[in-house]
Design a protein around this ligand. Structure first.
Ligand code: 5GP
Length: 155
């Protein structure tokens, strides 16, 4: 029974549902969704515009955005559900692969401002291609300098 020490109750009081988030409306049942899985912390449902058939979204039920703001308990549960969905996609569709995508901010391509993981089954001939263009570093020591910056910012 939920009590004062229930992690989900504590999180719920700290992160209220955001009434303007389209995904919060899905959680609240105010918008329809095709659910695949849910528990007290997470919801998985079919993406309305799949890159490949079977494309599923995994979200926290509380309003969290971006990834860096997610409480550890929520993130731990989310990634385990992402793993379960990926396993199910391999099994249900005999997928050749699975992509897990998670975007933060418009510059990263995020459209819906509510933390979500895309779990996308992939097939050798599914016709989808990522438009990634690998680039060389401008200077020999640039990679080391960037690594130092990240290391210096780690908390
Ligand atoms: P983002 O670009 O923010 O990483 O991805 C947002 C995803 O949410 C897109 O793949 C889009 O198709 C999906 N989406 C947006 N609105 C809805 C909706 O109302 N229902 C469902 N099921 N998916 C949605």
């Amino acid at each position: 029974m939920p009590g004062r020490n229930c992690a989900f109750c504590i999180l719920h009081s700290a992160f209220l549902l955001n009434s303007t988030s389209i995904f919060c409306k899905i959680v609240a049942g105010q918008l329809p969704s095709c659910k695949v899985y849910e528990d007290t912390i997470t919801l998985a449902f079919m993406d309305i515009g799949p890159i490949v058939p079977g494309h599923t979204l995994v979200i926290p039920k509380i309003h969290v955005d971006p990834l860096t703001a997610a409480p550890p308990e929520v993130l731990q549960k989310l990634i385990l559900v992402v793993q379960s969905i990926a396993r199910a996609q391999f099994k249900a569709f005999q997928a050749d692969g699975v992509n897990v995508i998670q975007s933060n901010g418009r510059a990263a391509g995020q459209v819906v401002p509510h933390l979500h993981f895309h779990v996308i089954p992939r097939f050798a001939a599914d016709g989808h291609h990522w438009n990634w263009q690998p680039r060389p570093y401008a200077k020999n020591d640039e990679m080391e300098a960037l690594a130092e910056k990240i290391k210096g910012a780690l908390e």
